[in-house]
Design a protein around this ligand. Structure first.
Ligand code: ATP
Length: 235
């Protein structure tokens, strides 16, 4: 593609205490692109997202967002630059209603979706707007977790395994939703174990193995080696 690079990760190393888990991870993400991080359990996918977001403080190398260095920055500073993170555990407020969950986080940048736009994009949530978080299905919780980060104006979304633990039909709904968001021009870095899900939505795939980048494949290249990748991922 010819779109400018939005995020550039170069020779990223990261540690949990004394344990080094990322060893020189490098990849670029262009504006409007959807890139997946795929790999086995424990390969370092979540750690890569957490490092970008500054949730893991001990990291070296370079992470440039729109040409600004993020290494050394705190999470709140990184969020204010326009990067939003949706963790695997979803972290919605179960005692609050859907609408309250949507409206609670601060708007950090201009250009986020309005409440009306959000409810139009997520019709399931519109129907549940006054329901309490605890009353939602897993799929609805996941939708809410994604909807919530679209209000704050961030244009780069880090999504950790949105399909995790959901029934196949719900996984399809989430997939369609992510494609809808991509069409609105968002740039997305998606951690995904579900290869079927990943290959339907992504432009390119970064294969992470033992904290390193084993391969970077275009969607077409992944299709050619899908069987090998499936065996490799153990799915
Ligand atoms: P998964 O889908 O299982 O989360 P992953 O590819 O996202 O896999 P990470 O969660 O990034 O993998 O984990 C990378 C490595 O870091 C693993 O060896 C894991 O055991 C280790 N690790 C993860 N979280 C911690 C932590 N809080 N403290 C110490 N080590 C951790």
């Amino acid at each position: 593609g010819t779109a400018p690079v939005m995020l550039s990760v170069n020779n990223l190393n990261a540690w949990y205490a004394e344990s080094k888990v990322l060893h020189g991870v490098s990849f670029d993400l262009r504006e409007g692109e959807l890139l997946t991080l795929i790999g086995r359990n424990g390969a370092g996918k979540t750690t890569t997202l957490r490092s970008i977001m500054g949730l893991l403080r001990k990291r070296t190398g370079s992470i440039r967002f729109k040409n600004e260095e993020l290494i050394g920055r705190r999470t709140f500073e990184i969020a204010r630059k326009g990067i939003a993170y949706c963790p695997e555990e979803r972290a919605i407020f179960s005692s609050l209603s859907v609408r309250e969950n949507l409206l609670l986080p601060p708007v950090l940048q201009p250009g986020g979706m309005s409440e009306d736009e959000l409810l139009a994009t997520f019709p399931n949530l519109k129907a549940r707007a006054s329901s309490q978080g605890t009353k939602l299905s897993g799929g609805e919780q996941q939708m809410l977790a994604i909807a919530r980060i679209l209000r704050n104006g961030s244009r780069l979304l880090l999504l950790d395994e949105p399909s995790e633990g959901l029934a196949p039909v719900v996984v399809q709904e989430i997939r369609d939703l992510i494609l809808k968001i991509k069409e609105k021009g968002y740039t997305i870095l998606l951690v995904e174990q579900n290869l079927r899900f990943a290959r339907r939505v992504a432009d390119r795939h970064v294969v992470i193995e033992n904290g390193k980048v084993a391969d970077i494949l275009t969607a077409a290249e992944l299709e050619k080696s899908a069987d090998r990748i499936k065996t490799y991922l153990g799915v």
